[in-house]
Design a protein around this ligand. Sequence first.
Ligand code: EPU
Length: 417
Amino acid sequence: MDKLIVRGGIRLKGEVDISGAKNAALPIMTASVLASGESTISRIPDLKDVMTMGRLLANLGAGFHYESGKTIINTEKIDSFEAPYDLVKTMRASVLVLGPLLARLGKARVSLPGGCAIGARPINLHLMGLEKMGAKIELESGYVIATAERLRAASIYFDIPTVTGTENLMMAASLAKGTTVLENAAREPEVTDLANALISMGAKIKGAGESVIEIEGVDELKPLDYSIIPDRIETGTFMTIAGITGGDITIKGCRPEHLDAPIMKLKEAGLIFENVHGGVRVLGPSRPGARDVKTMPYPGFPTDMQAQFMALMSIAQGTSIISETIFENRFMHVAELRRMGADITIEGGTATVKGVQELKGAPVMATDLRASASLIVAALGAEGETVISRLYHLDRGYEHMEEKLKKLGAVVERIKE
Ligand code: EPU
């Protein structure tokens, strides 16, 4: 298990290029299963989760090839309909093969993901939607077994907007008979990107990015040739890094319009944003001001930015109240931030962060992907050296993080173990 040693207190300066979005790459890779033939997807980040998805697709019988940001997936010979426990347990997004397999083969056997570090994360809404579309769903030995001759259109209302649930059903509905309506659908940019990818395959989808999505099923889709959107969470993470180091970072190749809520909060906290050609320049203040945030589905403040924002707030002037409303256990970074001197108390889904003058380096442990990012943010702003263990969490979702940080002047070193 690799570790990262970070020497903090250095003002980071320079340019960083943003990678393709993990959470767009994963569903779009599974969308390739809907067609028969060779799909090419560009701007795919070099991440552990992408490689896990590649293994899952290969397990289904697809050809998977990845090279310098481009992946070629050949789905001519999909001959298995199973997503095994071993793969699903390492990456919940594996459940995204359910809709495409059912739509293309009429059958899917997908391991139930089980709990996860940040919350229970059930998939009942995915299953409810597929059942409404005529699928027979059975649970057997920890697996969901879904069967359907041909899925048919349905009107589906989500009690909670679910990102991968909306994606699974949008993919299933693309090949169903008739027009499916998804209400209270997730509006995240990654959902819109998947819709655009499906449209490029010949799907008929209206309303992606809004809470009502209409999908008119077609008989056949053609393979993909698509380039995915930049990662808004990586972008936001570098914004908080500029904030905590009082830095001057130009973030290239990003889409700031996908980060309206975080940018608004960061501006209120004293960061300065300047639009520049091909990106945005972010200047950190000498010390940020405290701001409250509440995580919400898009276009609200993203839960995937909560931990990084909290790291920034831990050295802010004043007290900030951070409420997590999406996942019930997404405060695991708090105990680690406290080890670095942060003054944070938790009650239910609310953290009260009393800004301290300075964080101090300490050995800390990453517990999940965004928690690991928040520890890096904190470590870069802290006095002294921080050793972050269990770095594999970071490798699931941040492409070449150390190289990018080094280019900005950070002193970081990976220790391979
Ligand atoms: N939910 C249900 N039933 C369902 C589905 C969801 O109750 O059937 C609940 C969840 O438990 C949660 C809420 O609905 O309380 C929203 O969860 P959602 O389904 O939207 O989350 P997800 O699709 O499993 C994706 C991202 C997450 C991100 C969330 C929220 C991917 C592959 N994952 O997860 O990303 O935090 O949406 O925006 O797109 C990450 O990248 O670090 C990450 C965890």
